[in-house]
Design a binder for this molecule. Structure first.
Ligand code: MG
Length: 255
């Protein structure tokens, strides 16, 4: 009998007892995680559903708070170019977001002029939506990028006309006494593929330079009158960039 086998036979019970004692010492029984069901393709049971195909009642036009004017058909909301960027009525902090999007398969542009939209976390940080299938543009402006800050790790795009998904984990910035004490972070999966891995945001993506401001002007708004307190929860924004992009199955979980 070799030494190792001998040891495993004669000392295994003692080792197991030791491991059990260690587990008992470190094991925690509470708080017990809440029960959340996630049946198939449906949103998890604790999700806030922002669009289920029926209407855009949870949204309003960014510029004037009027009802969203995008077209609803076949369970999808489609940007009617020129009708305006939209935002949620509700505001949110850190969150897990799921949305599905589809650039039109009618190709009449290139680069940034092909299937351009975007989802703005906290009304300020754009995860770019673009038809990046065989469509070259600057890499920190293609689909899956944090606009002008972080290129995606890979190009996980599907051909135009096909539905794609984003699953986003957003950690909101933290301010104390009007000063930034922790920046925002983003993790993004495109079609189940990791494209942003807990990247630190340098600030708003729509300002001339990235910036954090306790009093900020959200995307698509202009002028000092639109400056507001951006230290708490903020609406989610979907961009009308003048191009035809459809959305469906939008939900989030507050973190
Ligand atoms: Mg965009």
């Amino acid at each position: 009998m070799n030494k190792r086998l001998f040891a495993s036979i004669f000392f295994a019970p003692a080792a197991l007892a030791c491991a059990a004692a260690l587990a008992q010492e470190r094991a925690r029984w509470e708080p017990e995680p809440a029960l959340v069901s996630a049946p198939g393709a449906a949103p998890p049971s604790d999700a806030i559903v922002l669009f289920d195909g029926a209407n855009l009642d949870q949204w309003m036009r960014m510029e004037d708070g009027e009802p969203a004017r995008w077209e609803i058909a076949d369970g999808a909301a489609t940007v009617t170019p020129g009708t305006g960027t939209i935002r949620t009525r509700q505001s949110f902090g850190s969150l897990q977001l799921h949305l599905e999007w589809r650039p039109t398969d009618v190709i009449d542009g290139s680069g940034q002029s092909r299937g351009n939209s975007g989802v703005f976390l906290h009304s300020q940080f754009e995860v770019q939506i673009l038809d990046s299938w065989e469509n070259a543009t600057y890499v920190n402006g293609q689909a899956g990028s944090v606009y002008l800050q972080h290129p995606p790790l890979v190009n996980a795009s599907r051909p135009p006309g096909e539905w794609q998904s984003y699953d986003i984990i957003f950690t909101a910035p933290v301010f104390e006494g009007g000063e930034l004490v922790a920046p925002a972070y983003l993790t993004v999966f495109q079609n189940g593929v990791l494209v942003q891995n807990q990247v630190e945001l340098q600030g708003a993506t729509h300002t001339p330079e990235p910036e954090y401001a306790a009093q900020c002007i959200p995307y698509n708004l202009k002028g000092e009158a639109n400056r507001r307190d951006c230290t708490g929860e903020m609406p989610l924004v979907l961009q009308d960039h003048g191009q035809v992009v459809s959305f469906r199955n939008i939900w989030l979980r507050e973190l």
